[in-house]
Write a protein that binds this ligand. Structure first.
Ligand code: ATP
Ligand code: MG
Length: 489
């Protein structure tokens, strides 16, 4: 396999600088694995025999990253975005007694030692980008060709050192579409329980990466089959084998997974994917048989599901913002159940419940729910009708409330007391602002108020009524624009 992937200049500058200073330098890890397959790497890692201090001395924009001596070097790329090349000194590791970290790390190793401490053969290839040479002591290249994920060395021992690797195995296999080699797989099953010793933050990061691959459904199914899921999101497993009512051809478990997969197929963001995955999490515990309906019911699964989701994501240490949004999406995923109910007040309630920032994501979860049931996409007209209604519900109405002046201010400048005259003035002002929005400044409106207040009441009343008419017209006009844009009436 040839490497003909173009290495970005900022990246080769880093390895070149190290070499020019007399050190060895190789690209290594995920980026080599990816470029060997012609995939764009997510990040660039290099390894060297220089110490952290020696690395830092060579680069201006560099910083220490972690306990492993990694130095991050910040570059500006051609398209003016920043990228970071992470340089880690060759490292060998002492014994592992706590199943997650080496007891000691030493930076005096050789390249081969650094490669053998890595997790999987496909991640343990070093690439000398000046010569185009690969250093591949664990036969990673062959595994890439065969699409096989295999630990470097004895799998059980490697999982004993750091149990997170069992999840990394599934995440990488999912992402790359590789098969997990059988001994590696057996060891995963055997060591799954050691995930208990791993911090939720590390588990969450791998889990999120898996959710963000193109095939998260497969990833979660494998996690479940190999016994990892119960240490990550045990609530989801309760849906296995749980049959639903007539509308549903899939069990709760499969439905949640298919909903998630649709979110991935549409390339929707993490919180939408999590919302889809968890949306029916509480159907199993709310399922009741109804003789009257001769069917299963799931009353309250949205409310209970919201709470269960919140707890599950908090346990995984997701940031507060994500927990909040996903919980809202699950809590409110049942809405607009049939076309008769698409009213403006229903749309307003939805916007109020989830907030204007989340309402479109709620529509996405709804789409996942449908597709996850094996039903066709929402009829286009109906979908556009929902969208139009939501937009109508979210826009600020045309009213005197838009004015940069209010009744109190008018009374202050005119010394009027409350009464119909105030309303006439406000509507007369609104008419002027609708004619020319530039007039909507306090200065202009105060000046006009003083003029209007001098008019005889009959004349003012007439102006006010004209203003009201104009307001209704403007209101209808805005709604018509929204409906036209969505192609509904
Ligand atoms: P990604 O494409 O998501 O960045 P990656 O394989 O590069 O995947 P990183 O977490 O960036 O994953 O790690 C970089 C490299 O460090 C890996 O390729 C692997 O060689 C090594 N590595 C990472 N985590 C571990 C671990 N838990 N045990 C052993 N080696 C690891
Ligand atoms: Mg990486």
């Amino acid at each position: 396999m040839e490497i003909n992937y173009p290495i970005p200049k900022e990246v080769s500058r880093v390895t070149e600088t190290l070499r020019n200073a007399g050190f060895e330098a190789y690209l290594v890890g995920g980026c080599v694995r990816d470029i060997l397959q012609g995939i764009k790497p997510k990040d660039w890692d290099a390894t060297t025999n220089a110490t952290p201090e020696q690395i830092q001395a060579l680069f201006e924009n560099s910083f220490y990253e972690n306990d492993y001596g990694t130095v991050g070097i910040v570059n500006e790329t051609e398209d003016e975005t920043l990228n970071v090349v992470e340089v880690t000194p060759y490292r060998t590791e002492g014994a592992y007694t706590d199943k997650r970290r080496p007891d000691s790390v030493s930076f005096h190793g050789k390249l081969d030692d650094d490669l053998t401490r890595r997790d999987f053969t496909i991640n343990a290839i070093a690439f000398d980008d000046s010569k185009g040479h690969l250093k591949d002591i664990s036969n990673g290249l062959k595994d890439i060709k065969d699409k096989v994920l295999r630990t470097v060395g004895n799998p059980e021992e490697r999982f004993n050192e750091d149990a997170l690797r069992v999840l990394r195995a599934v995440r990488l296999a999912t992402d790359l579409g590789f098969t997990i080699e059988s001994e590696t797989q057996n060891a995963i099953v055997k060591k799954a329980g050691d995930l208990k010793h791993i911090s939720m933050e590390r588990i969450r990061d791998e889990f999120s990466k898996m959710i963000m691959t193109k095939n998260p459904m497969v990833g979660i199914v494998i996690c479940q089959k190999l016994g990892l899921l119960k240490y990550i999101a045990p609530d989801l497993e309760r849906g296995i084998g749980v049959e639903q009512n007539g509308d549903h051809i899939y069990t709760v478990w499969e439905h949640n997974l298919r909903a998630l997969q649709h979110a991935a197929d549409r390339d929707w963001p993490l919180h939408v994917r999590l919302g889809a995955l968890f949306h029916d999490v509480s159907k199993p515990e709310t399922r009741r048989w109804s003789d009257e309906k001769n069917n299963w019911t799931f009353y309250g699964h949205d409310v209970v599901g919201g709470r269960v989701t919140e707890k599950a994501l908090e346990r995984l240490k997701y940031p507060k913002k994500i927990v909040e949004v996903v919980t809202l999406l699950v809590r409110h995923h049942l809405f607009f159940s049939d076309i008769e109910k698409i009213t403006l007040s229903a749309a307003r309630r939805i916007v109020k419940n989830v907030g204007p920032d989340n309402v479109w994501d709620l529509m996405k979860v709804r789409a996942c729910d449908r597709i996850g049931m094996g039903r066709p996409k929402e009829a286009p007209y109906r979908l556009r009708k929902y969208e139009s209604m939501i937009e109508e519900a979210m826009r600020a109405p045309v009213s005197v409330g838009m004015l940069k002046i209010d009744g109190v201010k008018i009374m202050e400048v005119t010394r009027e007391t409350p009464g119909p005259k105030l309303g006439f003035i406000l509507h007369a002002l609104l008419e002027e602002v609708l004619d020319d929005p530039e007039r909507n400044t306090e200065e202009y409106l105060v000046k006009r108020t003083l003029d209007l207040a001098k008019l005889p009441i009959d004349e003012l009343k007439k102006l006010g009524e004209e203003g009201k008419g104009k307001k209704d017209e403007a209101e209808q006009g805005e709604l018509a624009v929204i409906r036209k844009r969505h192609g509904v009436n």
